[in-house]
Design a protein around this ligand. Sequence first.
Ligand code: DQA
Length: 142
Amino acid sequence: MKVMVLNGPNLGRLDLRDSQVYGDMDFAALRTFITSSAAELALDVDIRQSDSETELISWLHEAADSGQPVIFNPAAFTHYSYAIRDAVDMLKAPVIEVHLSNPLAREEFRHTSVISGVVNGTIGGFGPDSYRLALIALKAIL
Ligand code: DQA
């Protein structure tokens, strides 16, 4: 079974974001890192990124319908999208929220996650390793 690894807005432009916060990997390198981390754990991944709330919700519906596990970085939608929260809440298989940065150590508006209450767990603050740790956690749950 493939793990869906979903990424929200602006993560496709990591090369243009603050490298002090997000590190030096662009999205293509992050994709390669996640794929090889998954392979080491004998997991298959389907990595997607979208800036569109609608598209992310349709992918969450797809994961709910197929019973696929999800690793999800909702990016800025983390902090205010009730529509995405409701879609995450429909997932049947495990779902882990990830962040490259540690939102709790940043601006106050990032301290709220409307997603955390409907996921199995949240991993943030470890850069690309947040995804690798999420894959390890997911494998343990599965
Ligand atoms: C992020 C943290 C969010 O606050 C921010 O809006 C992002 C990325 C992270 O991975 O650290 O776009 O989800």
